[in-house]
Design a protein around this ligand. Structure first.
Ligand SMILES: Nc1ncnc2c1ncn2[C@@H]1O[C@H](COP(=O)(O)OS(=O)(=O)O)[C@@H](OP(=O)(O)O)[C@H]1O
Length: 372
């Protein structure tokens, strides 16, 4: 009887597509999945959205929280949950933002096991599929809503740093080969400053709550007034791989059709925001007309931190711009080669920031760097 047929999951008036002789739908096949092998099997069945459909993987400090919130607010989105509240690192994965499933919490790494290097913990995987990615809701909506999560440290590798970003990207590709990847990149000096400002903010917390890492020692000195922002970002900015390597890793693991790279400045700029958001939604197969007309400003510190800019000697600013430019050219080169963006357009946006900041320099040789 119609009334006793299972509900949802691509059913028509209560009849499942299996009963109608069409074979199992993706939703029906996904219904009891608790591991990726089952999810992959379900993926072979017809359904509108993939499960999971996409990941926002970074970069940190490139408005990923705002983008996550924006897509969460989209009426088609599966996930109405907000940003994760602070929680101890040992808690099970529950939240779609900073779930860190593939980078650590999913216990996906077995570095000592040569034969089965990759393989996520069974209990963690079931939890991730059921709770973080909301399997039951995906099924209930008959795969008409995309499941997603956003974890910015997927661009760095495993959270204990034992795993390279190449391994992580390859592992994700192995588990969910269809997933779409969204990456936002911010002008490199601003990206670095935003990260340090975040750490500065954390230093206000008691040490038992936030214990800064070795690399943040300079931020403590900045906090105490014995170092400058230039001191704290110059080395990281010079590091060749810090931005380019994750991009290469993900583009090595995934075909370019599954990757969408946006520029933070286009995402947040008044003149370019709508087109950039529409581009993201089109890439994800979500209807742009249903998207909000505004982008939130989550996780923002720049207004309070130092709206007038970070004081810097002209020579130091020129050195930083030199490092950022070298990095940017390589990124823009990769992006053009893969057909994502023209090198010239990508560079022009970031160069506008460098030029504006260099123009701030006074005759006494002091400048102020305002992040994008
Ligand atoms: N709509 C909009 N317009 C302008 N700027 C915006 C917007 N949304 C986010 N932001 C800026 O993005 C920075 C936070 O990025 P993330 O959310 O990716 O940071 S995090 O890695 O998750 O901590 C953070 O930058 P800073 O304030 O410089 O730190 C935010 O101010």
């Amino acid at each position: 009887a119609v009334g006793s047929a299972p509900q949802g999951g691509g059913s028509l008036f209560g009849w499942t597509s299996d009963m109608l002789g069409l074979g199992e739908s993706r939703a029906e096949a996904l219904r009891s999945c608790t591991d990726f092998a089952c999810v992959r099997q379900a993926h072979t069945r017809p359904g509108k959205f993939n499960f999971p459909h996409f990941f926002i993987i970074g970069f940190p400090k490139a408005a990923t929280t705002s983008l996550h919130a924006y897509l969460t607010a989209h009426p088609q989105a599966l996930n109405p949950r907000g940003k994760a509240p602070p929680r101890p690192r040992t808690c099970p994965v529950t939240h779609p933002q900073e779930a860190q499933f593939f980078s650590g919490k999913g216990a996906c790494w077995h570095p000592d096991n040569e034969t089965a290097h990759w393989g996520c913990g069974a209990a963690e995987t079931a939890h991730y599929i059921n709770h973080t990615l909301r399997r039951d809701d995906a099924v209930k909506f008959g795969m008409e809503r995309p499941a997603f999560e956003s974890t910015t440290d997927y661009v760095w590798g495993g959270i204990n740093m034992s795993t390279s970003v190449y391994e992580l990207a390859a592992g994700v590709r192995y588990e969910v080969p269809w997933v779409k990847i969204v990456i936002s990149m911010r002008e490199p000096i601003s990206h670095q400053i935003s990260g340090k400002v975040h750490t500065l903010d954390m230093l206000k917390n008691p040490e038992w709550w936030f214990n800064p890492e070795e690399a943040d020692a300079c931020v403590r000195r900045l906090y105490n007034g014995t170092a400058t922002m230039y001191d704290c970002i110059k080395n990281q900015l010079k590091k060749e791989g810090s931005y380019l390597e994750p991009l290469n890793a993900w583009l090595t693991a995934f075909p370019p059709e599954q990757v969408h790279v946006i520029q933070f400045e286009n995402l947040t700029g008044d003149a370019t925001r709508a087109a950039t958001l529409n581009g993201v939604m089109r890439f994800l197969g979500m209807e742009p007309e249903l998207g909000l007309k505004t982008l939130f400003r989550n996780n923002s510190r720049k207004a309070e931190a130092r709206p007038e800019g970070w004081p810097m000697k002209r020579a130091h600013l020129e050195e930083l711009v030199g490092s950022a430019q070298t990095k940017a050219e390589r990124i823009a080169d990769v992006l053009e080669r893969y057909g994502f963006h023209s090198q010239a357009a990508w560079m022009a946006s970031w160069r506008a920031s460098w030029d504006a900041n260099l123009a701030s320099c006074k005759p006494d040789g002091m400048c102020a760097f305002v992040p994008t």
